[in-house]
Design a protein around this ligand. Structure first.
Ligand code: SF4
Length: 373
């Protein structure tokens, strides 16, 4: 699978610490550099058939239909791909107007991941999103009118402007809009964000963990009651609408990340990442050089990565795969795991190690307790 990072946004959301620029001044240079990286890395993923191509960001919907098509052409020219390849575009509601959707509907893009976040203006204002509540709803309906059935929306819970009743309303609207995939995250306060600053200055109250916990479990129960599978801690899909792209990450498959700050993984022991600076990225690519650094993952790191990712999913970790690691690691792990099994924090089911769903809100903590150091 291939991920392409488009590092531009219209404005900075108050909670976001991703890599992007709000200046489009050097957009053309950036797009040319990304295309050059595609060509320079055309021999990676050899003998692999692409199952998914994902445009993330930043805000890929800031591009025109023609620009998106030219990237897709470039990728499909150099990589072999499955006939049912999933091509996802992350899109913000304010970009999904009729003319853009018309262009997308005649392109190979067959899945949209819409940054809805909330259907309430108070939440969207606090988040400094570029769209309002009516655009949040209208964009989904318009995308469906243009034939996009494979739709995902992002929703954020636990905002200080929200409460349990508002959260329930957000989910009722999601069901009414017949969206088949939802990615939902707790609002987190990252360093160096406007939200962090407002909280430090007492202008906004800190998100409350107990409220987030309650909203998370309501989200899970409510979406499951409405026909969704809770297949990863933050992801829900109706049957047939699981994200191929994200599922591949969670099954430790190889992926190629193109564009500034994008990460790549060889499916085994090498992880790499591109520089998180638009200027440095373009400069390197202009000299026909890749702008990436890489690290070799030790056996312990590979083992821990499998624990962290696997325990966040409904599939859990295949114990046969864990047993392929050295007997020393497996033995250490079994010593750590026993007390967790006794506490009911993890279970073994069909030879897979899992966290029961009722403990998913603290899955990262349980997984890190099991790390081998
Ligand atoms: S649109 Fe997405 S990437 Fe851009 S600032 Fe907002 S959350 Fe961050």
């Amino acid at each position: 699978m291939i991920y392409i990072h488009i590092p531009f946004c219209k404005q900075k959301c108050s909670y976001c610490n991703f890599h992007f620029s709000t200046s489009l001044q050097f957009k053309d240079e950036m797009l040319a550099a990304i295309k050059k990286e595609i060509v320079l890395r055309k021999d990676e993923l050899q003998n692999k058939t692409l199952q998914s191509l994902y445009f993330g960001g930043g805000t890929p919907s800031i591009l025109s239909g023609d620009e998106i098509n030219s990237f897709i052409d470039e990728v499909l020219k150099y990589f072999s791909f499955a006939s049912d390849i999933e091509i996802t575009l992350e899109a913000n509601p304010d970009d999904l107007n009729k003319s853009f959707l018309k262009a997308l509907s005649s392109s190979p893009v067959n899945r949209l991941s819409i940054g809805t976040q909330s259907f309430f203006d108070e939440d969207l204002k606090l988040m400094n999103r570029a769209h309002n509540a009516s655009e949040a709803e209208g964009s989904i309906k318009r995308a469906q009118d243009f034939g996009f059935e494979n739709l995902s929306i992002d929703l954020i819970y636990g905002s200080p402007t929200s409460n349990f009743e508002i959260w329930k309303e957000n989910l009722n609207k999601t069901i009414a809009l017949e969206v088949p995939h939802v990615s939902s995250y707790a609002l987190t306060v990252e360093p160096k964000t406007a939200l962090n600053d407002w909280i430090l200055k007492g202008k906004v109250s800190n998100p409350r963990e107990e409220e987030q916990n309650k909203e998370f479990y309501y989200l899970s129960d409510f979406l499951k009651d409405n026909g969704f599978d809770h297949y990863e801690i933050s992801n829900f899909a109706k049957p047939g609408f699981y994200s191929k792209h994200n599922s591949a990450y969670w099954k430790y498959k190889e992926y190629l990340g193109i564009g500034p700050s994008a990460h790549s993984y060889n499916g085994l022991d090498i992880r790499s990442w591109n520089v998180a600076s638009n200027q440095q990225y373009v400069k390197k690519l202009n000299s026909n050089l890749l702008a990436k650094e890489e690290e070799f993952l030790s056996i312990e790191e590979q083992f821990n990565e499998m624990i962290m990712i696997g325990l966040r999913t409904m599939w859990g970790i295949d114990l046969d795969r864990l047993n392929e690691f050295s007997s020393r690691l497996v033995e250490c792990f079994h010593n750590e795991i026993q007390p967790k099994i006794e506490e009911g924090l993890v279970i073994i089911e069909n030879n897979h190690l899992k966290i029961p769903e009722k403990h998913w809100f603290m899955a990262d903590g349980i997984a890190s307790d099991l790390f081998i150091v």
